[in-house]
Design a protein around this ligand. Structure first.
Ligand SMILES: Cc1cc2nc3c(=O)[nH]c(=O)nc-3n(C[C@H](O)[C@H](O)[C@H](O)COP(=O)(O)OP(=O)(O)OC[C@H]3O[C@@H](n4cnc5c(N)ncnc54)[C@H](O)[C@@H]3O)c2cc1C
Length: 290
């Protein structure tokens, strides 16, 4: 281990009020610590600049997955294992479960949390594209109260997000209505989640792709989101607009592929190349549409 542990302080709290009180008393002094699966990697590498950590693990108000009639609220401390064991998530938000299944392996799934994945703000994280296509919103809490931010607006630039000092992610809300509406009665609902990496588990994605669509003789509604192809996870609005309301044929698919190129800005890095990512993103879209 390249860090000297005596330089670090960890304070454990057992209620949300206690956590928010500490964050408000010394703004910016405390860094939330949930499962620690991202933070411990930095500690081990000697690259953890913060020194004081607020251990949230025993804050029960941040746990659990609550299904109401209109929405499901996933607590920030919900782990991937919690997602995979939840009957409403697996039945109604299968792409969230699919993403959880390919995140890390069992140890990470037992310890890594939804809130930690979002606040770590990696553009290569696996869960966010699934949350984006389900139109998630993020609940933020501080001593000043609660506020809600649509997830598509939460990540503002590489590793930047709409999270003030003193705020915690309390949870993620997924609307249960999805695309259901009278106008879409009788349509088929198609969904897919794909992670492309060197291995199926324990590999950071070269690219991840989530899409959901409502179709009859044409595409009535569609949402597409990708990770690892831009400084943040992205909704592919140009591609969606190129497809919405249209009957699928080779020409429309080719237009959608071209539009997708305007939604993403992949780069070369240690895991892949911009060229590969652009090509595979187009292939995954085409596969879904086909
Ligand atoms: C071996 C290994 C494999 C992995 N595989 C994957 C993978 O396949 N896909 C993937 O996406 N990720 C993967 N990860 C990354 C990591 O496991 C996830 O991002 C995980 O969800 C992080 O959650 P955590 O609770 O452990 O976060 P922590 O490490 O506790 O925190 C991460 C960041 O979030 C902040 N934070 C945590 N909770 C809150 C909150 N409630 N409010 C505000 N800020 C908060 C912390 O301050 C910190 O900045 C892997 C990690 C390891 C070590």
């Amino acid at each position: 281990m390249r860090s000297w542990l005596a330089q670090y302080e960890m304070r454990s709290v057992s209620s949300l009020d206690e956590a928010l009180g500490l964050l408000a008393a010394e703004p910016g002094a405390w860094t939330p610590f949930a499962g620690g699966t991202d933070l411990m990697v930095l500690l081990e590498a000697g690259r953890l600049p913060q020194r004081r950590f607020l251990d949230l693990w025993r804050v029960d108000e941040l746990r659990g997955i609550a299904a109401g009639p209109d929405e499901v609220v996933i607590g920030a401390l919900a782990t991937y294992t919690d997602l995979l064991r939840d009957p409403v998530i697996t039945a109604q938000f299968p792409l969230v479960a699919d993403a959880a299944k390919v995140t890390g392996a069992t140890a990470i799934q037992n310890r890594g949390t939804v809130g930690g994945n979002i606040a770590n703000a990696s553009p290569a994280a696996d869960l966010p594209p699934a949350l984006l296509v389900y139109d998630a919103s993020i609940e933020l809490v501080s001593k000043a109260g609660l506020r809600t931010v649509p997830y598509h607006a939460f990540h503002t630039a590489y590793k930047q997000m709409d999270l003030a000092p003193g705020e915690l992610i309390r949870g993620v809300t997924l609307p249960r209505a999805g695309f259901r509406s009278a106008a879409l009665e009788g349509c088929r609902w198609k969904q897919t989640y794909r992670k492309v990496g060197t291995r199926r588990a324990q590999a950071i994605s070269k690219l991840c792709f989530a899409a959901t669509a409502v179709v009859d003789d044409r595409i009535r509604e569609i949402r597409i989101a990708l990770g690892s192809v831009a400084p943040t996870v992205v909704r592919a609005r140009h591609a969606e607009n190129a497809l919405r309301g249209r009957a699928l044929d080779a020409h429309v698919i080719s237009e959608a592929r071209a539009a997708l190129g305007r939604d993403i800005a992949p780069i070369d890095d240690v895991r892949s190349t911009a060229e590969y990512r652009l090509k595979v993103a187009g292939n995954l879209l085409q596969e879904f549409l086909s």
